[in-house]
Design a protein around this ligand. Structure first.
Ligand code: PBG
Length: 323
């Protein structure tokens, strides 16, 4: 039996009716805001490629975190831009590195806000790659030690969660082992499990000053064509001790968010990356899209696909829109 008995439009007549039967809801508590922290004081250096975002010195970062928390946003993820870079990514795992100092300051000022740290080396290496370089190769196993040390230093500074984004094999296991050995058994690992070698990270690389000086990241980040392999990456990260699994980017990979949600019974995160954010802004600036509606529709699609946690540069704006 179908038309005229069935008319789907009956439940779409008004906003009240639509709200009653809505399947997918967004909550600010599920959002995580990425923030960039740099040396100095009173610094707020706008990132040209990402409207509304800036590199922040620690004092400004603390202010931003207070605001973020007041809006009900669940957490922040911190990316450090160090004073100086070297071949050994030294500041990535220094106890008084920029990220470590930022974590301490934020946790002291806003203890209830979840503070995550991005565990990676590309912002800290002079060559901009995520790992230790020998010749023109990125050495997997030699990089694990840096990552483990960085994660422990973040936990020691008070990070609530560490999020490795480097895509070296075995890094989740190495980080779990190191955290446990240093008494951080209760620090969860949010694995960037299915992270693709994506063009949509373009604007971020200006923000984090992390563009590789030679080659690209395709020997460690995933081929955008591979969905089965993404599930295998996730399974391995779970086996190694990941507590949450991430798909990144989000909108071009909604199918994989859905598959991950159906397959794994842990929280699934999705990262709406810089390019996804910036292209919505660019279209809105041209008058081609309504910014607020594009923001909410994109976030709703990511949630509907199955993401429990969404990392997004829209976190504050979306929280305001939901208030
Ligand atoms: C570090 C890292 C990147 C992003 C998050 N962590 C850049 C990259 O892998 O090149 C991208 C985030 C974004 O584009 O918003 N490895």
């Amino acid at each position: 039996m179908s038309f005229p008995v069935h008319r789907k439009r009956r439940l779409r007549v008004s906003e009240s009716m639509r709200r009653l039967v809505r399947e997918t809801h967004l909550e600010p508590s599920q959002f995580v805001l990425p923030l960039f922290v740099c040396p100095g004081e009173g610094v707020r250096k706008p990132i040209g490629t990402m409207p509304g975002n800036a590199q922040l010195s620690i004092d400004e970062l603390v202010r931003e975190c207070e605001k973020t928390h007041a809006l009900g946003v669940g957490g922040v993820i911190l990316f450090g831009i160090p004073e100086s870079k070297d071949d050994e990514a030294s500041e990535a795992y220094a106890d008084n590195g920029i990220t470590q100092r930022a974590v301490r300051a934020v946790k002291q000022a806003v203890p209830e806000l979840i503070v995550m740290t991005d565990v990676c080396n590309c912002e800290y290496t002079s060559h901009g790659h995520c790992g230790k370089v020998f010749g023109h190769e990125i050495d997997n196993d030699a990089t694990l030690d840096w990552l483990a040390k960085a994660a422990v230093s973040h936990a020691r500074a008070g990070a609530d969660m560490v999020a490795p984004s480097d895509m070296m094999d075995g890094r989740v296991g190495a980080i779990r082992k190191a955290l446990d050995a240093h008494g951080f058994q209760n620090t969860p690992i949010f694995a960037y499990a299915a992270k693709f070698a994506s063009v949509f990270y373009g604007p971020f690389r200006e923000a984090a000053e992390s563009t590789p000086q030679f080659g690209d990241r395709r020997s460690y980040q995933m081929d955008p064509a591979n969905g089965r392999e993404a599930m295998e990456e996730m399974r391995l990260d779970l086996e190694e001790g990941a507590d949450l699994l991430m798909v990144k980017p989000a909108m071009p990979y909604l199918d994989l968010i859905r598959q991950a949600r159906d397959r794994f019974d842990v929280p699934i995160g999705a990262y709406q990356v810089s390019g996804e954010f910036s292209m919505i802004h660019a279209a809105a600036r041209n008058g081609w899209l309504d910014l607020d509606r594009a923001m909410m529709e994109s976030l709703t699609s990511i949630r509907r696909a199955g993401a429990d946690v969404i990392l997004t540069y829209f976190a504050q704006d979306a929280a305001r829109a939901l208030a």
